[in-house]
Ligand binder design. Structure first.
Ligand code: BGC
Length: 724
């Protein structure tokens, strides 16, 4: 990194035009007549100032893997990147080491493909289960979000490249995302929506932050001085630079003043004709005294400080040959820890020699991840059917052939042909699932030992999901398939397992009693099929836990104002539920979820023992033991919730304040766990200050938010107050 004096010296030699160029990207590479990036498919590039030895820097998405074009014109070579599990699945691991390993692997691909900054992690809160990009985000809980993001950023940046936290902040829906006014109280903002970013900024020092599209209480995030300068830099000590989301905001000068250092992708007027060229706009604003050159210099310095550490600046000679082989293993291992076993009535793990009847077109069209900028282009995606074949499971080949033919025939029909959406993303009409006759089902039930039914969903940038059949609810034909398969197989004394290949919650309460097991395999990236096969037969013992609540019904969701008003074209969304997001709502108001936050079963069992609570000066030390009391090796995610005393401020019933994932414990083995809870993290925001009210706090250690195994107490004698 250049020293501050060296940066000052460079900036003192820059012309006004050069400064203005450095804070504005070159325009969206490969679109609107702009040349392709030197790394084709990358989302953005900065202007070079060759005269002063400043090269351009390249930015690429995204959260599930480096998103660049896998092929280049006139080039025989390929440029595939590893498709890792989606972020929600990574958060289901609750394992910081896994996140760091995934970050390291992605970071190496970023570097070796000639990219400088990865546009990830995305870390908006799951306010509502239908946000179309929730799969790209970690959780409904800010602590889990922040911890996962921090570990990931550490991994990425250990490779000498940058990570970029996005989308800052309260970008919790896709509907009218570029203009929606998000109205949210400062308390909810600070305790829920900002907190994850705060943790990640403080713990992992990300190179960059991307401001969000939406307005926050009337002001575009990219134009909010309070958000970008007061909170991010002054309160949290952020030292990187801030870039806009692509084409965000409406005033480049206000963006500069607010502390939004860089405008991306640049040339916004190409898509918004009412705009001017930002470079010109900034130059004129300085000349006319509407923007002080000191502000521009400050932003330029923020950018240069970071970019002077980038591979491009150091003229790093990248290989275009990242270690895809070993990263495939990292992707597999991450997925293996993120599978969540939701239900198991004595069916799983399957015996390896069981004959398996595999239903659902998702066995072939397995969804590796979502669409839009969170997509990836891997060398391969192992479908569930391929994974099971590869692992030599005894899949009914006649049924598999039936499905293979069905999918290929149906996709030839015009109504089911895969089309391209506004981002060039595949739009894949859902295929009818209920096409086998009762007689055929009987035949398959007779000659197999178990049925596995795959149900898939896909969503992505630009759209929210819908509270309708075929999306949040099963479609009629999916339900018919589950019902018929269950009825017929049960009649033959066979069990039935549902495999959920989805990126966010679906309704399960109305049909879960029909099946004997439910395996939530999320969208596990390129290795999905192998992971599913290995979990089914117990080569992987599931150890994932839900980072987000599965509600009984959509009408139970507290963020009922989603996606805003007026209903036909939302302009404004008021977060009336305040801090009561996710389990904070369900637990406080006694609403029973289908599967609660933190829930997940295992093929073994764990016992929690010997809780000890020790009050330190600034923290509380929570110690306990976890023993594997079952018959198989397994890992457990222990969660530490704290329940505050009744005081002046409203408080949720309980809040997650720490967690720990054990190592692989053999049957009979015990691990001693120690979780430290910082007293500050107990504070609520009273409108001006962070306050920890005095009184008796309950520590609740559990296997989920509703499966509390140990409780204890500590007292805060005197109220504690902190400045933001
Ligand atoms: C998305 C960002 C992404 C950017 C560049 C935007 O549409 O919201 O998450 O990083 O595009 O692709």
């Amino acid at each position: 990194m250049l020293k501050p004096e060296e940066i000052d010296e460079i900036v003192s030699r820059m012309s006004l035009e050069e400064k203005a160029k450095l804070v504005v990207g070159v325009g969206m590479p490969g679109f609107f007549g702009n040349p392709q990036s030197r790394v084709p498919g990358a989302a953005g590039e900065t202007h070079p100032v060759e005269r002063l030895g400043i090269p351009s820097a390249v930015f690429a998405d995204g959260p599930a893997g480096v998103r660049i074009n896998p092929r280049r014109e006139g080039d025989e070579r390929t440029y595939h990147a590893t498709a890792f599990p989606v972020e929600t699945m990574l958060a289901s691991t609750w394992n910081r080491d896994v996140l760091e390993a995934v970050g390291r692997a992605m970071g190496e691909e970023v570097r070796e493909y000639g990219v400088d900054i990865l546009l990830a992690p995305a870390m908006n809160i799951h306010r509502n289960p239908l946000c179309g990009r929730n799969f790209e985000y970690y959780s409904e809980d800010p602590l889990l979000t922040g911890e996962m993001a921090a570990a990931f950023v550490k991994g990425v940046q250990s490779q000498g490249v940058g990570a970029c936290l996005k989308h800052f902040v309260a970008n919790n829906q896709e509907t009218n995302r570029m203009f929606i006014d998000t109205v949210v109280s400062e308390r909810a903002l600070r305790e829920i929506y900002l907190r994850g970013f705060e943790i990640a900024v403080k713990k992992s020092k990300p190179w960059a932050v991307m401001s969000a599209y939406n307005k926050l209480n009337g002001e575009y995030c990219s134009q909010s001085r309070w958000l970008l300068t007061e909170v991010l830099r002054r309160e949290w000590g952020f030292e990187g630079f801030v870039m806009t989301d692509w084409f965000a905001g409406d005033d480049p000068v206000e963006q500069m003043k607010a502390g939004n250092d860089m405008i991306m992708p640049g040339k916004t007027y190409q898509v918004k004709p009412e705009r001017k060229d930002e470079v010109e706009e900034i130059v004129n604003a300085v000349k006319e005294g509407r923007l002080s050159e000191e502000v521009l210099d400050r932003n330029v310095k923020n950018i240069l400080r970071v970019l002077s550490d980038s591979p491009s600046f150091k003229r790093y000679r990248y290989s275009n040959k990242p270690d895809l082989e070993s990263h495939a293993k990292v992707a597999y291992e991450a997925g293996a820890e993120g599978v969540v076993l939701l239900k198991n009535d004595g069916v799983l793990p399957l015996n390896r020699d069981m004959r398996i009847a595999l239903f659902g077109t998702g066995q072939i069209e397995t969804v590796k991840g979502g669409t839009g900028s969170g997509d990836t282009h891997p060398r391969y995606v192992v479908s569930i059917l391929e994974g099971m074949r590869e692992r030599n499971l005894r899949v009914d080949e006649e049924l598999a052939e039936t499905y293979t033919k069905y999918v290929s025939e149906m996709r030839k029909r015009d109504e089911y042909r895969v089309r391209r959406g506004i981002f060039g993303e595949p739009l894949t009409p859902r295929l009818p699932q209920d096409f086998l006759s009762e007689g055929e089902l009987e035949r398959f039930a007779e000659k197999n030992d178990v049925a596995v039914v795959v149900l898939s969903r896909v969503s992505g940038e630009g759209y929210d999901r819908r509270p309708e059949k075929g999306d949040f609810y099963l479609s009629d034909d999916e339900k018919a398939l589950v019902e018929k398969v269950s009825r017929v197989f049960h009649r033959f004394g066979r069990k039935v397992v549902a495999v959920l290949n989805i990126g966010g919650p679906v309704e399960v309460a109305s049909w879960r009693d029909l099946v004997d097991g439910i395996l939530l395999v999320w969208q596990a990236g390129q290795e999905t099929g192998r992971i599913v096969a290995d979990v089914l037969v117990g080569d992987i013992n599931p150890s994932g836990k839900l980072p987000t609540t599965f509600p009984v019904d959509y009408s139970d969701v507290p963020s009922w104002s989603f996606p805003g008003e007026p209903k036909d074209s939302p302009q404004r969304v008021v977060y009336e539920e305040g801090i009561y997001v996710g389990y904070r709502y369900y637990d406080t108001f006694g609403v029973e979820p289908a599967y609660e936050f933190g829930f997940g079963l295992s093929y073994t069992s764990f016992e929690y023992r010997n809780l000890k609570i020790e009050k330190l000066d600034h923290a509380v030390r929570v110690c306990f033991e976890i023993a594997n009391t079952g018959d198989l090796p397994g890992k457990e995610v222990a969660q530490v919730y704290v329940r505050a005393p009744k005081g002046k401020l409203d408080k949720p019933f309980q809040e997650l304040k720490g967690f720990h994932k054990t190592r692989l414990l053999n049957p009979g083995e015990t691990e001693e766990v120690e979780v430290e809870v910082d007293l500050r993290s107990l504070a609520s925001f009273d409108g001006e200050m962070w306050v920890v009210e005095k009184g008796e706090y309950e520590v609740r250690v559990g296997a989920s938010s509703r499966d509390i195994r140990l409780t204890g107490r500590f007292t805060v004698e005197e109220e504690l107050r902190y400045n933001p």
